[in-house]
Design a protein around this ligand. Structure first.
Ligand SMILES: Nc1ncnc2c1ncn2[C@@H]1O[C@H](COP(=O)(O)OP(=O)(O)OP(=O)(O)O)[C@@H](O)[C@H]1O
Ligand SMILES: Nc1ccn([C@@H]2O[C@H](COP(=O)(O)O)[C@@H](O)[C@H]2O)c(=O)n1
Length: 229
């Protein structure tokens, strides 16, 4: 069967990667979490003195971009991709609240976006890819055959993230997570370069009331409709 490109965008913590990973595994496609790449740049910035409080030394980061190498490798135990920053597995480190609170201002920088978009487009050159993020259907793969835009209420998204952290045994504050979700949505939607928005030809999915199996089935149906048309 001819391979296609699948772009899944939407608001933070609404279930994009859960859906994208499941579909990719089922249909044998590559899965790329583009948010992990922006998180890795943010982690590098935190660890290399590019932040002074919330202020970003953009000139320093611009010069350091050539030293930031991001890759994904499949964890043989879980079968899931882990994010590597300069050959070090940073999958857990990039998911902390510290990174979450600093990632959107880093992602708003034009030189960061152009470097990430270039790598993402190279990863998708052969098609057979499911990528999730904020600008995949609008900027990275504007010609993707299947585009989905996912949304859910901020409260349900924060609750899902809170439950996830609790299940992992991590300390979490619901209010802090809700605030972070809202703040990231605001910055992502209002930045100058490739703001978060639904592509005109994307299908809208509000999964506030859906279970994980229900949204998986919905996505699989959309994939079948596009590939069997
Ligand atoms: N329909 C759903 N019902 C309940 N929980 C869900 C649903 N979809 C996803 N989740 C859970 O919500 C949490 C966030 O999901 P996920 O990480 O897939 O979101 P995301 O949109 O990729 O987030 P981010 O933008 O931060 O990368 C996870 O714990 C996931 O298991
Ligand atoms: N295509 C993308 C993907 C992500 N971002 C930014 O990264 C942040 C973290 O992404 P998650 O998917 O892990 O939540 C997100 O809030 C965006 O600021 C982006 O700009 N473009």
């Amino acid at each position: 069967m001819k391979k296609i490109t699948i772009a899944i965008d939407g608001f933070s913590s609404c279930g994009k990667s859960t859906m994208a990973k499941d579909l990719a595994r089922e249909i044998g496609y590559i899965y790329i979490d583009s948010g992990a790449m922006y998180r890795a740049v943010t982690l590098y910035s935190i660890e290399n003195g590019i932040f002074n409080g919330d202020a970003i030394d953009t000139e320093k980061l611009k010069h350091r971009m050539k030293d930031i190498h991001i890759s994904f490798r499949i964890d043989p135990e879980t079968g899931r991709p882990n994010t590597y920053l300069n050959d070090v597995n940073v999958e857990n480190k990039i998911r902390t609240m510290e990174v979450s609170s600093k990632v959107s201002p880093i992602s708003a920088l034009d030189f960061v976006r152009s470097a990430m978009v270039k790598q993402q487009q190279a990863m998708g050159r052969e098609k057979g890819i499911v990528m999730d993020g904020r600008d995949i259907g609008t900027t990275v793969f504007p010609d993707a055959e299947l585009k989905i835009f996912v949304t859910a209420t901020p409260e349900i998204r924060a609750q899902r993230r809170y439950d996830e952290l609790k299940a992992k045994g991590q300390e979490a504050s619901f209010d802090e997570i809700l605030e972070n979700v809202k703040q990231r949505d605001y910055i992502d939607q209002n930045r100058k370069v490739s703001p978060l928005k639904k592509a005109d030809d994307a299908l809208l999915l509000d999964n506030t009331e859906l279970t994980i199996p229900q949204q998986k089935e919905w996505l699989f149906d959309q994939y079948n409709q596009v590939t069997k048309a």
